[in-house]
Design a protein around this ligand. Structure first.
Ligand code: HEC
Ligand code: HEC
Length: 203
């Protein structure tokens, strides 16, 4: 598998740690079920990014599962957190959305599914730390504009649709400014309230 994933290294790093390109995400240590769902989504065109769609075209499920297991098991160090250039108000707004949500606009707390420590939940909810602001806002944009979709009901499409442009900026700034844990720890399956159903995450 190490030889087979060389094709991924130029964008995701040799250990799946990410590269200096702020748009190329870290893969290492994310829940295997989550990574597998993403590989299937790229292969089947439910999540669009042409170089990835092309690379994974025609690969069988079992092979994608092996790639997912490979990256899930790696533990390269996290990058240093982003030094925020955004105002205190923007960061505070981001923190409120992440920890409490916004009752007025109906945004649920991100932590209700991604975990109080934002480490994610087994088997298929990713952590939100160690991601860069431009990647986070691009993903939320992908859900809003339909270039990223997950299995129905697609809870993240609903969440992203409730966020304003300013909210997206605030959560991306706040999340990317947080120090990442050295070892990601997932919440056990079924242990978080999950205010919406997610087709990709069995309860
Ligand atoms: C040309 C650069 C490039 C190459 C090569 C590449 N990727 Fe990616 N990959 C990306 C980008 C950019 C994204 C984010 C795309 C988006 O916006 O949805 C991504 C996303 C992903 C994700 C989803 C990550 C997440 O947190 O949701 C997985 C899993 C992944 N790639 C696996 C792989 C594997 C496995 C390979 C090798 C077979 C590979 N990639 C090769 C650029 C690349
Ligand atoms: C109801 C549960 C739920 C809530 C609430 C929720 N998420 Fe998610 N989130 C998910 C699931 C499930 C996924 C994986 C979707 C997939 O497989 O593509 C996900 C994925 C993501 C990703 C993709 C990470 C990556 O590596 O590409 C981001 C970014 C994200 N969520 C941000 C947020 C933010 C910000 C909030 C709060 C405003 C939030 N989420 C609230 C369930 C939730």
């Amino acid at each position: 598998m190490a030889a087979r994933v060389l094709a991924c290294a130029s964008c995701h790093g040799a250990e799946g740690e990410g590269t200096s390109d702020v748009y190329f995400p870290r893969l290492a240590g994310k829940p295997a079920g989550y990574l597998y769902n993403q590989l299937i989504a790229f292969r089947d065109g439910r999540r669009r990014y042409p170089p990835m769609n092309y690379l994974l075209e025609f690969l069988p499920d079992a092979y994608l599962q092996k790639m997912a297991d490979h990256f899930a098991a790696l533990r390269p160090p996290f990058p240093a957190p982003n030094i925020p250039t955004d105002s205190k108000e923007i960061l505070a707004r981001g923190e409120t959305l992440v920890k409490e949500g916004d009752a007025r606009s109906g945004v649920p707390a991100c932590s209700a599914c991604h975990g109080p420590a934002l480490g994610g939940m087994e088997p298929a909810i990713p952590g939100l730390l160690g991601l860069r602001a431009s990647y986070i806002s691009a993903q939320l944009g992908g859900w809003r504009y339909g270039t990223r979709t997950a299995a129905a009901p697609d809870c993240m499409q609903i969440v992203a649709g409730l966020l304003s442009e300013d909210d997206v900026k605030a959560v991306a700034a706040y999340l990317s400014s947080r120090p990442a844990p050295n070892d990601p720890s997932f919440a056990p399956r079924g242990s978080l309230p999950m205010p919406l159903e997610c087709g990709s995450q069995p309860r």
